[in-house]
Design a protein around this ligand. Structure first.
Ligand code: SAM
Length: 271
């Protein structure tokens, strides 16, 4: 058994495993930006393969995508061109490392930050969350927006349907059949949702085991962090969104509950 992150090391496999052919996540983010009148400069934090950044670029926005994974950034440059891609840690970044889409050397100041598919939950500790929000604040214009979409920690209060039992998934990629067994468990002490995933392939390679974790963030906790960092929460709800069932569609308005397994937030930095 070897360890590693098969998905972030192989961005093409990531897109095969989590397809979004209709660019639902990018369209949902664009809808939020339009609803609150955001100007065009956008920073996509934890941009992954770059498909959402590229969608926002195609909508006429000027986009920087930032990620920690070199493999993701290389793939994004090749396969989803348009935005400028930079390596940055969302837990602590300076506008100086970002630049702007048009002027790479300049200090990046953005009208909006988007952070999709639980990338924000790689802030495991309160210090990480403070670092993320302080960095966003330094990189946003006054009145700038934060748009984020993630798992909802509150879902796991009193529910264990997603926990402790492996879930299996299969896919074929480049002629090789892969099978993954994914188990989620709660680490109450660290307030993390821990994920173990074992990949097996039919090409004779050794199984790959990978571990990652997300912060179990409760809606009111998120609201508190945002307010403490000078943001006003405009929306905080469990859907509809790009990864809800049923998924968000053009024209859908934000809900008001925060009970289901995804959380969506739009917040505005004070003027
Ligand atoms: C679940 S993927 C989401 C990618 C993309 N936002 C999407 O919705 O398709 C999470 C991404 O966050 C990146 N990531 C994890 N920790 C990070 C960190 N500390 N700083 C920046 N990016 C990070 C990973 O490399 C990965 O590309």
């Amino acid at each position: 058994m070897t360890s590693g992150n098969l998905l972030t090391d192989n961005p093409e496999l990531y897109e095969a495993r989590f397809p979004d052919p209709e660019r639902l996540a990018g369209r949902w983010a664009e809808d939020c930006l339009r609803r609150y009148g955001s100007a065009p400069h956008v920073l996509d934090l934890g941009c992954g393969t770059g498909r959402d950044a590229a969608h926002l670029h195609a909508m006429g926005r000027s986009v920087v995508g930032a990620d920690l994974s070199e493999a993701m950034l290389t793939y994004a440059c090749d396969r989803h061109p348009g935005p400028r891609y930079v390596r940055a840690d969302l837990r602590d970044f300076s506008p100086d490392v970002l630049g702007t889409p048009d002027t790479p050397g300049a200090s990046g100041v953005f009208d909006a930050v988007v952070c999709l598919d639980s990338a924000l939950l790689y802030c495991h500790t309160n210090d990480d969350l403070d670092g993320f929000l302080a960095s966003c604040r330094r990189s946003l214009v006054p009145g700038g927006l934060l748009v984020a979409e993630m798992r909802n920690g509150a879902y796991f209060l009193g529910r264990d349907d997603l926990l402790n039992t492996p879930r299996y998934n299969s896919l074929t990629w480049q002629g090789v059949s892969y099978r993954s067994a994914t188990t989620l468990r709660i680490d109450r002490t660290a307030q993390l949702l821990r994920r173990g995933r074992v990949w097996t392939a039919d090409d004779g390679s050794a199984p790959v085991e990978q571990h990652s974790a997300w912060r179990l963030l409760l809606p009111q906790e998120l609201r508190h962090f945002l307010t403490a960092h000078g943001f006003t929460v405009l929306e905080l709800h469990d859907g509809p969104g790009p990864r809800t069932e049923p998924p968000w569609q053009e024209g859908d308005l934000p809900g008001t509950a925060a009970d289901a397994d995804r959380l969506h937030v739009v917040a505005r930095l004070a003027d």
